[in-house]
Design a binder for this molecule. Structure first.
Ligand SMILES: [Zn+2]
Length: 444
């Protein structure tokens, strides 16, 4: 890949790309001639710079929710309207550009909470639809039932931050969905009905100080999931205008946040943990997003102490001041894991804290040997760890197919990888396996 092919998002206002989008000419049309009532193919500025397209998106009116009752004077968006074709074509152009370059689609969203949700929804609408279809298929429930379940989380999310619900409203309008449908993306398969949590893989780390070259701080992970999750992964760049920090997060289309880093260098990554019956509480996703609004690791750990979740998981943190932490989370509370060296936190998919180890039921048999292998690789490079060395570690195959670079054990694969480099303000995101995927860097 040539250096000029690497997308780098600039801080502050969105910057136009230096070159036109490399998209198929089928959708490349003359700019600035589209207007309501005209055929959509008459004026889609796909080959324009990013900021140019963005300004056009914002200038267009939001679609009405498909589930809201509309009066005759309001029903301006029939299913095959030029607007619908326009947004579908625009989203297709953005999504196909990134798939062509083997990177996750980059969705840029700026402004108020509603504006950011709207931009996210408008740009990622086809992927959100695909994600919702996947949730329906894997839970065996239709959208009405899922939406009713998702609404039960509204009070808890509102207590965490009312801005998230405003962002979900914008998301719904931008993607042409109901609020309930947009809420499903925030809770994925979780519902008020008890259900077995999905056990995802993942190998995560945070290393600083004595472990790295020049004492730099790094945190990251391999993201192990079913291969279909790669189809709706996106990189979401958030630039709020209300004083909250900028964020780059890998997430799934329609989900407000997942793994990533904010402008203060606060980054977090996670591992699935099991053997925790569902209980009323928050899903992990809004809490992960909330951590991106904090200034350091200590504030993140404090946040996790104060909120209850409905399932278990582990989170690994770092921040711009070089602090690192690891927190095991269960519905009834958390346990902080300090590892055996203050400059290192390594975690896979089993409980390692004294408090929670008794809950371990061995549901991911490769987890303990995978952690042993990670420890050995980190120890072998201790004091000499660099970004490139970490990428190599995430490509390790000892224990295949349940290795650090996972190739199908338990049905999951390392579909993505992330490494946060807080001192550079860069999040590195890999699309694909550790051994063959493509890394792209994103400036927060
Ligand atoms: Zn591999």
């Amino acid at each position: 890949m040539r250096p000029e092919d690497v997308p780098r998002t600039a801080a502050g206002p969105l910057q136009p790309l230096a070159e036109p989008y490399p998209v198929g000419c089928t959708f490349a049309t003359p700019a600035m001639s589209w207007a309501p009532g005209q055929p959509a193919y008459a004026g889609l500025p796909i080959t324009g710079p990013r900021g140019y397209i963005w300004s056009r998106v914002r200038a267009l009116p939001p679609r009405h929710s498909a589930h809201q009752p509309l009066g005759p004077e309001q029903d301006t968006n029939p299913p095959l309207s030029p607007w619908r074709l326009h947004t579908a074509s625009l989203a297709f152009s953005i999504l196909s550009r990134d798939a062509f370059l083997n990177r996750f689609p980059l969705v840029e969203a700026a402004g108020s909470a509603y504006d950011m949700g709207y931009a996210h929804g408008a740009q990622a609408a086809p992927l959100i639809e695909r994600y919702l279809g996947h949730i329906e298929k894997t839970t065996g429930r239709n959208r009405t039932a899922l939406g009713a379940g998702a609404l039960t989380y509204v009070p808890r999310i509102n207590a965490l931050s009312p801005a998230y619900l405003e962002e979900v409203r914008g998301l719904a309008d931008g993607a042409g969905l109901s609020f309930e449908e947009a809420m499903i993306c925030q809770v994925r398969g979780a519902a008020p009905l008890p259900m077995a949590p999905s056990i995802d893989g993942c190998t995560a780390f945070a290393i600083t100080g004595q472990g790295t070259v020049a004492g730099r701080t790094y945190a990251g992970q391999n993201q192990d999931l079913g291969p279909e999750f790669s189809d709706f992964g996106i990189v979401l760049h958030l630039v709020p205008n209300d004083g909250r920090p900028r964020v780059v997060t890998f997430t799934f289309a329609g989900q407000l946040g997942y793994m990533g880093m904010n402008e203060h260098g606060v980054a977090h990554f996670s591992n699935g943990l099991g053997n925790a019956p569902w209980q009323p509480g928050l899903t992990h996703y809004p809490l992960k997003r909330r951590c991106f609004e904090l200034r350091n690791v200590a504030e993140c750990v404090d946040l996790l102490r104060r909120y209850r979740t409905s399932s278990a998981g582990n989170m690994v943190f770092c921040d711009g001041a070089g602090a690192i932490a690891d927190v095991e989370i269960r519905p009834h509370g958390i346990a902080v894991y300090d590892d055996e060296h203050p400059c290192r936190r390594l975690h896979t998919n089993h409980y390692v804290t004294a408090e929670f180890a008794p809950h371990e039921d061995g549901n991911t048999p490769d987890s303990a040997p995978r952690l042993d292998r990670l420890r050995a690789l980190v120890a072998a490079s201790w004091g000499d760890i660099t970004l490139e060395r970490l990428k190599q570690i995430l490509a390790d195959h000892e224990g295949d197919p349940g290795a650090i670079c996972r190739h199908g054990a338990g049905g999951s694969y390392s579909i993505a990888g992330y490494i946060a480099d807080p001192s550079a303000g860069v999040l590195h995101v890999r699309r694909g396996l550790g051994c063959s995927g493509t890394w792209t860097e994103y400036i927060v």
